[in-house]
Design a protein around this ligand. Structure first.
Ligand code: SAH
Length: 228
């Protein structure tokens, strides 16, 4: 997968993506990225990419005549995504769809200030994506969330292959069961007996029952919505 990242803060990349399994996948060439500094397309020698809102109101808006040329400079943009609180909220099902083609290319537009001039969204075939119902100061963290979640589902990224990602929250039609590792007793707290029994059928039944219970309690909306 390849990501073209349009931002006024290219130094924020790879950022968190340099660490862990996703960072290793970057080194191994499973994914790659380029940053495009929107400031390079500023409308004047002061580096301006934003301006006051028409209609008044606090906060600046990123100018179409800076962002547009920045998008146009990308030779192979693939699908263009603009991170915005107004977008559809990213979920694991969408991540699977975005990653169905392992050689997919995405151009990720990171907003700053109050956001981007609407005409950019109208001019290009842009998908607006939100990472949740809260306001960030910029799209860069959202872009890193998107990339991390997309890279992680690649079968060669996690040890354990396809099994490792298939058995997680949302993928199993609900939330994950409780996890335990050594020591088997910690501060007087025991690991559930069944997990030490070596009986795979019972372990599977216990996990399913725990997962159903926790999902019903915390996220009943998942029970209808996301079942596989
Ligand atoms: N004025 C906007 C918020 C601007 S926040 C509004 O009221 O909707 C500045 C930038 O941060 C946005 O352009 C967007 O790129 C990014 N951003 C903020 N919150 C986000 C979220 N929940 N998901 C994705 N991107 C977000």
């Amino acid at each position: 997968m390849h990501f073209n990242i349009l931002t006024i803060f290219p130094e924020m990349f790879p950022g968190t993506l340099a660490g862990g399994v996703v960072g290793r996948a970057l080194e191994r060439g499973i994914w790659s990225y380029d940053t495009i500094n929107i400031r390079d397309f500023a409308i004047n020698s002061y580096g301006s990419v934003d301006d006051e809102q028409f209609g008044g109101g606090v906060g600046m808006v990123m100018r179409a005549d800076a962002v547009g040329p920045a998008i146009d400079s990308v030779k192979n943009p693939g699908k263009i995504i603009y991170f915005s609180p107004r977008g559809s909220q990213l979920n694991q099902k969408m991540v699977r769809e975005f990653t169905a083609a392992p050689d997919a290319v995405y151009t990720l537009l990171c907003g700053r200030y109050e956001g981007i001039d609407q005409r950019i969204i109208d001019e290009y075939d842009i998908t607006e994506l939100s990472i949740g119902d809260y306001i960030l100061s910029g799209g860069e963290i959202a872009a890193q969330v998107f990339i991390d979640s997309c890279v992680r589902v690649n079968d060669n990224v996690l040890g354990g292959g396809a099994d490792a990602t298939a058995n997680e929250s949302f993928e199993i039609g609900g939330l994950e069961w409780p996890l335990y590792t050594r020591p088997s007793v910690w501060r007087g707290r025991n690991v559930p007996e069944v997990l030490l029994s070596g009986h795979h059928g019972n372990i599977e039944r216990w996990r399913k029952q725990q997962s159903d219970e926790i999902t019903m309690k915390r996220r009943p909306d998942l029970i209808q919505g996301n079942k596989k």
